[in-house]
Design a protein around this ligand. Structure first.
Ligand code: FNR
Length: 347
């Protein structure tokens, strides 16, 4: 067997042990059916990848105004809960585990999908056009009121409960990549003057309220979060963000979540204000299970695990190109190279 360390079982906590240390990263595929309900083809797609130690589902919207891309699945209607059941059943039948990634895109929503003005911590527009829909520009969001923030926290908890009802083994709160929760965590997008803005404690508040509400509903051992301390997409980094993440990570550490997942495309990037790579920064500030990601190969993933730089290795694009990624790596077979044209079809 090649790369034996990838194939060691990993105990997340008393409830969950993973068969190996390979995680399928969350990958938006925009293939949900009418009503943003998962399809049979999605169940087959995830079922084929169930030999990963853990699958994290594609980002799944917690309520209608959280949508920023076409045909992304949801977890707020009964039809969606029912549509996810064949997905979780297929993964479990094939011996796998699957967490749902809970998503609200905040200011990256668009009235084209939602019929409403986007909401965000502050009324700061993202200058640009929507991916694969270049005729649409992002819209100026409306600042969330405190009552609306409380409603959102409750809606994350409800979505987590729905995910468990649909058979998921846990949920990963999408706090990364410039979406709603991340918009609270960075100075570029959070200009609030109330107790959700200005200071590290305040800017962390929404993320922690969501974590606490979700953990209270489904258990901390079934709650995880993905974070992007070095803004690299959808916003500008600001050296002051460092203090926000220092605070947030200290708070998260005590909450004994299932894991912390880095959100990034390329973890060879170095961030001055984080003192190096984003994964190194997280490792220094968080003692629990850490999922590394971002351009990992079987070789670099094995090295990262062996050196203790992270505990589990998430693989994104190669899993799109290779439904049998785990078997190929285990048997030292060559991998098919990813190409973005592969996004057109669920294989
Ligand atoms: C992504 N990524 C991503 N991340 C996330 O948190 N939620 C998501 O829904 C998606 N969707 C998504 C779609 C596609 C087509 C790509 C290529 C990426 C990011 C992904 O989880 C991962 O962090 C990166 O792809 C980097 O890992 P790889 O691909 O270098 O192994």
């Amino acid at each position: 067997m090649t790369y034996p360390i990838l194939f060691e079982p990993y105990r997340l906590n008393d409830r969950l042990t993973l068969a190996n240390r390979i995680v399928m990263a969350p990958l938006t595929r925009s293939m949900a059916g009418p009503g943003l309900v998962p399809t049979r083809a999605m169940a087959d797609y995830y079922g084929r990848r169930a030999d990963a130690g853990l699958i994290v589902s594609e980002a799944t919207i917690i309520r209608p105004d959280g949508q920023g891309y076409p045909d992304t699945p949801g977890i707020y209607s009964q039809a969606q809960i029912d549509g996810w059941k064949p997905v979780t059943a297929a993964v479990h039948r094939n011996g796998g585990k699957i967490f749902m990634q809970l998503w609200h895109v905040g200011r990256l929503a668009h009235s084209h999908f939602t019929g409403e003005q986007p909401v965000a911590p502050s009324a700061v527009v993202f200058e640009g056009t929507l991916p694969r829909m270049r005729e649409l520009s992002y819209e100026l969001p409306r600042e969330l009121s405190r009552e609306e923030i409380a409603r959102l926290v409750a809606d994350y908890a409800r979505a987590a409960e729905n995910a468990i009802a649909a058979g998921f083994d846990g949920v990963e709160i999408h706090g990364a990549n410039g979406y709603l929760i991340d918009q609270f965590l960075h100075h570029d997008t959070n200009h609030r003057a109330d107790d959700y803005g200005r200071t590290p404690e305040n800017m962390s508040r929404f993320a922690l309220e969501v974590v606490d509400a979700v953990a209270a509903r489904v258990g901390a051992d079934r709650t995880a979060i993905r974070l992007t301390p070095g803004a690299y997409v959808h916003m500008q980094a600001d050296a002051r963000d460092r203090a926000v993440f220092d605070h947030l990570l200290g708070e998260l550490e005590g909450r004994r979540l299932a894991y912390l997942h880095l959100g990034i495309f390329d973890d060879s990037l170095s961030f001055d204000f984080l003192g190096g790579r984003a994964s190194e920064y997280l490792r220094r500030h968080y003692g629990g299970t850490l999922i590394g990601v971002g351009g990992l190969t079987p070789q670099s993933a094995s090295e990262g695990l062996a050196q203790g730089r992270f505990d589990l290795a998430a693989i994104g694009r190669p899993f799109i190109a290779n439904p049998d990624y785990v078997r190929r790596v285990q048997q030292a077979e060559p991998l098919v190279e990813y190409h973005q044209d592969m996004l057109a079809e669920l294989v």
